[in-house]
Design a protein around this ligand. Structure first.
Ligand code: BGC
Length: 495
């Protein structure tokens, strides 16, 4: 299997920085008061973020409860429980050339795969990844879709080698669109709202496949979208191709989401006939869960100042877009109220999102005695020189936020499994069940991953935990979307 990536590809999640702490840091603004100490701010933060077993249990139960309410009626709970129209998962028999297009965060990816059925499996894969220019995240729908379609067209032109389109066929693509969409069929869906910092005008309320089709037409690209899928759904389909025990998929990246295999007769809001398989994938959109989360004043302030206040509260507590920002807000409070960096507040610390989750992750990987890497990141990002003690405080703050995020994500997974177990009476906990995980946060943040796994094991106990396999399914969503394009090909299942 060959995998190629474009040169702009993959900005590493964990960054390293040079230790160039020479010039004087730039600082502004005198601190307001120093009546409290950094230690007391930290202690309060740790208390407010604590996730002991009863809190986790309450959260897992609330997740299961909200899932049921969302399945009962549209709008019945914070969880949208969106029907994916994916009623048949890949079997391994799929054959031919298929594309996938993945839009979900600051990058978009295009991929092609040549499938060779049961005998040959995945013959070859090629992908490219391109960053989305930040201005397009706030531009018009047309600008964004034109940019994507033009990337796809350029990629399609380079097709060759091991990739062959069967004669007389139009190229088909899966479209992974990782935002809340009300699906109207396997190849159409209306955007409910943007998340993850996107605020593109003119797309909400529209069919995103139609937007892409129009843009492809403008690019004179002859390609058909045969499956519209969320990234969590794509991950489940991709992971299921290799492993029949995959029942749940979770994305922990810039944003977060989870989906799972549900029995159709357990979905009261479902109208119309049941599929042949009797089951379907439900996209929970768990990012908007909010019930019983341990939140702090920093979370509330960040939410109030966000472009989507009161929305995506679980996402804002556990996902990669926000963890660094929460840490920045805590450090700012320590700088203003407890002179953490001396008599002044560093100018750069005032800038929202200046500290990113890859920064806090990189700081937590520093095992040196003097925390030199932490020092150089603080210098590069915030513009301050720091003592070892100060660096330790920063690490404690990062750890508190990562620990809460990881443990709550773990409790969310248990909530889903609990609901499935209850309905299937023993078919989940009593046998090997796989949860496929993807996303940069999960992939690159070892402490976060460990906290997640610990919470799952604490909640389920040692015996059941042995049956629950939480597994990284790297880039499964791209292949998954291509596989679903194959499963839903207009040329049918003549494989
Ligand atoms: C979106 C989901 C998506 C998740 C992970 C969330 O912000 O609402 O649709 O699956 O991010 O990319």
């Amino acid at each position: 299997m060959s995998i190629t990536a474009s040169p702009q590809a993959v900005r590493s999640f964990c960054i390293t920085r040079s230790a160039k702490m020479v010039s004087r840091p730039k600082v502004v603004m005198a601190v307001r008061s120093n009546t409290i100490s950094a230690a007391s701010i930290l202690t309060k933060l740790q208390k407010d973020c604590a996730t002991p077993l009863p809190v986790l249990r309450h959260m897992a139960d609330a997740m299961a409860h909200d899932m049921r309410a969302g399945l009962a009626t549209d709008g019945g709970s914070d969880l949208k429980m969106i029907l994916s129209y994916v009623d048949a998962l890949p079997t391994g028999n799929e054959k031919g050339l298929f594309y996938a297009l993945d839009l979900g965060g600051t990058n978009f990816r295009v991929l092609r795969v040549q499938l060779g059925g049961k005998e040959e499996g995945v013959i070859s894969t090629e992908f490219e990844q391109v960053s989305i220019p930040p201005e397009l995240m706030f531009g018009t729908s047309e600008e964004l879709f034109d940019f994507i379609a033009s990337g796809l067209a350029k990629f399609a032109q380079k097709e060759g080698g091991k990739f062959h389109l069967q004669q007389g066929r139009t190229r088909e693509t899966g479209f992974t669109f990782s935002f809340p969409v009300k699906q109207t069929s396997i190849d159409s869906g209306i955007l409910i709202k943007w998340t993850k910092g996107f605020a593109v005008s003119g797309t909400a309320g529209k069919d995103v496949v139609a937007c892409l089709n129009e843009a492809m037409k403008r690019q004179e690209l002859d390609m058909r979208v045969s499956a519209l899928v969320n990234d969590a759904v794509g991950t489940l389909a991709g992971a299921r191709y290799w492993d029949d025990d995959v029942m749940v998929a979770v994305i922990l990246g810039t944003g977060t989401n989870a989906c799972y295999v549900e029995r159709m007769d357990a979905i009261p809001k479902l109208q119309g006939p049941s599929s042949k398989s009797g089951s379907t994938i439900v996209n929970t959109e768990w990012g908007s869960f909010s019930n019983g989360l341990p939140l702090t004043e920093f979370d509330r302030e960040m939410d109030a100042e966000s472009i989507n206040p009161h929305e995506q509260i679980f996402e804002k507590t556990i996902s990669g877009m926000y963890l660094g920002e929460i840490v920045r807000r805590v450090l700012l409070r320590m700088a203003e109220g407890a002179e953490l960096f001396g008599h002044f507040v560093p100018e750069k610390l005032l800038m929202p999102f200046a500290l990113r989750t890859p920064d806090i992750c990189a700081m937590q990987q520093d095992m040196s005695k003097d925390l030199e890497e932490v020092g150089s990141i603080l210098y590069d990002v915030i513009g301050v020189n720091s003592s070892t003690n100060l660096r330790k405080v920063v690490i404690d703050v990062c750890n508190t936020i990562a620990k809460r995020g990881g443990r709550l994500a773990g409790a969310g997974i248990v909530g889903i499994l609990q609901k499935m177990e209850h309905d299937s009476k023993g078919l989940i906990f009593g046998k090997r069940t796989v949860v496929a995980m993807d996303g940069g946060l999960y992939e690159h943040y070892p402490q976060y991953r460990r906290y997640l796994q610990e919470a799952v094991s604490e909640l389920l106990g040692p015996e059941i935990s042995r049956n629950i396999v939480i597994e990284h399914s790297k880039d499964g969503s791209g292949i998954g979307a291509a596989l679903l394009a194959a499963t839903n090909s207009k040329y049918g299942h003549d494989f």
